[in-house]
Write a protein of this length. Structure first.
Length: 224
């Protein structure tokens, strides 16, 4: 497993590159419920359909949440883009079961130290319209081992609208308290999260298709 080597200095410098990149790459970035999360730490989960997903998490954290976040990332990708280690990325290799457990235990240790963790429960990057989302059991494992840590689901939807550049629509959902699912088995917890996040993503898709942006706020502009 490749562990993180987070650097505040590198993170600040990377943000100076990432922020204008994000803002210039989309015609608009719209968010619903994207707000400060006073609880720390939290376990963030989201659907995974784009190369942008991880970078969007870093952007939201720098501009909205301000948590000490770490992100689970494919070992091959982290080897190729090793600089992500300095942003808090650590690896997982799903081809080796023992290393999966090592990575989950590493994430558990981070949460118990008060650091928030980002996890993409699908395990791999899939097309945005793939259903079901087919979650792996990692999030449920962390729910069991860190029962005091809430889960904050996010939904990402990328769409081409009326402009040359694509749009990014984001919904931040209400935290899930592990106490509400403690009676479930790990498999049942995983299916519960999978169904919940699928319904949330489908709801966001409907908002995008109907162009129902009234309840969304722009996230791609500088805050006053």
């Amino acid at each position: 497993m490749i562990d993180a080597k987070k650097s505040a200095l590198f993170e600040t410098g990377f943000s100076m590159y990432l922020t204008p990149l994000i803002r210039s790459s989309f015609s608009r970035i719209l968010g619903q419920g994207v707000e400060v999360i006073p609880e720390k730490p939290v376990l963030f989960i989201a659907n995974h359909s784009s190369w942008w997903d991880g970078l969007v998490f870093f952007y939201l954290n720098r501009t909205v949440w301000h948590h000490d976040i770490h992100m689970m990332m494919h070992e091959e990708g982290l080897k190729k883009h090793s600089f992500f280690r300095y942003l808090g990325a650590f690896s997982i290799n799903r081809k080796k079961p023992k290393e999966i457990l090592t990575s989950l235990q590493y994430a558990e240790a981070l949460l118990k130290k008060g650091k928030s963790v980002v996890l993409f429960p699908q395990g791999d990057e899939f097309h945005l319209e793939t259903r079901p989302l087919a979650f792996q059991a990692g999030a449920a494992y962390l729910m069991e081992h860190c029962p005091e840590v809430p889960i904050v689901p996010l939904s990402f939807y990328y769409s081409f609208g009326h402009q040359q550049k694509p749009e990014l629509w984001i919904q931040q959902h209400q935290p899930i308290l592990t106490s509400t699912v403690k009676h479930m088995t790990r498999k049942e917890k995983t299916l519960h999260l999978q169904q919940l996040c699928t319904e949330q993503l489908d709801s966001l898709r409907n908002a995008v298709i109907s162009e129902n942006s009234e309840v969304f706020q722009p996230l791609g502009k500088r805050r006053k």
